[in-house]
Design a protein around this ligand. Sequence first.
Ligand SMILES: NC(=O)c1ccc[n+]([C@@H]2O[C@H](COP(=O)([O-])OP(=O)(O)OC[C@H]3O[C@@H](n4cnc5c(N)ncnc54)[C@H](O)[C@@H]3O)[C@@H](O)[C@H]2O)c1
Length: 391
Amino acid sequence: MDYVDSKRKSNICGKILFAAGITTLCIIFLKQSPDFSTPSQFSRQQAGVTHVLVTGGAGYIGSHAALRLLKDSYRVTIVDNLSRGNLGAVKVLQELFPEPGRLQFIHADLGDAKAVNKIFAENAFDAVMHFAAVAYVGESTLDPLRYYHNITSNTLVVIKAMASHGVKTLIYSSTCATYGEPEKMPITEGTPQAPINPYGKAKKMSEDIILDFSKTSEMAVMILRYFNVIGSDPEGRLGEAPRPELREQGRISGACFDAALGVIPGLKIRGTDYNTADGTCVRDYIDVTDLVDAHVKALAHAKPSKVGIYNVGTGKGRSVKEFVEACKKATGVEIKVEYLSRRPGDYAEVYSDPSKIKLELNWTARYTDIQESLQIAWRWQKSHRNGYGSP
Ligand SMILES: NC(=O)c1ccc[n+]([C@@H]2O[C@H](COP(=O)([O-])OP(=O)(O)OC[C@H]3O[C@@H](n4cnc5c(N)ncnc54)[C@H](O)[C@@H]3O)[C@@H](O)[C@H]2O)c1
């Protein structure tokens, strides 16, 4: 009897061992298969953590926004097709915030609705900051369809994906270019919008889509109309690094730095006979750190079924001459300046009335010394002569 019992026992043990072995093999096999992975932290909502999709987060403003959000303990997903942004900026952010569940980068084109839907299906976003866009006025007049596609049509893709996946908050990057050439300064949010170039028109159309959609939706929407953005991260981690081929399209600060670095021989100032104090055009320059702060405040104040539209500027106009003088002081380089006749389509004065955003979101620009903003940006430019390419 003892002999039979022990034989039966060893049979049972063998079967158990066999089953355990098979199970272990199955688990190893499944884990190695591409379809098996533990669900990512980005796919689940986490109590107390707001997950923000930052489109265009490899670009100038988007990367600064992502940095601020990460610093403030938000969870961030960057989606960018890298057509104009820099993977180097994303790498800086990844090095600063390597902990799991903080930051992920997804390389995708917002024009690809299928890819966008997949991203929304696989990630639990609480809010979207939609920065991604092509953003050069001059280029928009030469290639308008690109602008309507990239700005207007892609915004539609994003909104539709948000609606079908129940993402409840949108912060939209708009621009003072949607106002065109207003007769009265300063520009308030009530100033009629009459854009004069495809860039401004494409942004205005996106605003219209968002506004119409919001009439029948509970989405919380904030539209921020930026004026001229300058500066970079005061701690020198990020900067503005447009592609070399886009430098010519670029903005005045980029041109000043290029002149100071000797990349271009000097600056060409077009128009000295405008009806302004020194005859050159007047613009409202907003530091990127302040701009990003406006986004964080907009996110905090966003309310379901409500739309907020805000100018983001300093409320103070500076002439091109003033800007160039500040740039000379900031860089310490005696930049060569050539004065030329007016460029068609440039308007004399553009500056904001930022009182609405102050009143409703408790936001005011703090970095209003353009020389200081340029000095900070110059430090980064000097140490990153090839942008994010090589330090
Ligand atoms: N820089 C300014 O002075 C200024 C002023 C007013 C408004 N804005 C707006 O701010 C936003 C950001 O501008 P920026 O100066 O940081 O520009 P940027 O070119 O530095 O960044 C834009 C980013 O969007 C990405 N992108 C473009 N098309 C895409 C697509 N189809 N799919 C995925 N990613 C795409 C680019 O690769 C880039 O990283 C834009 O919407 C722009 O219109 C900028």
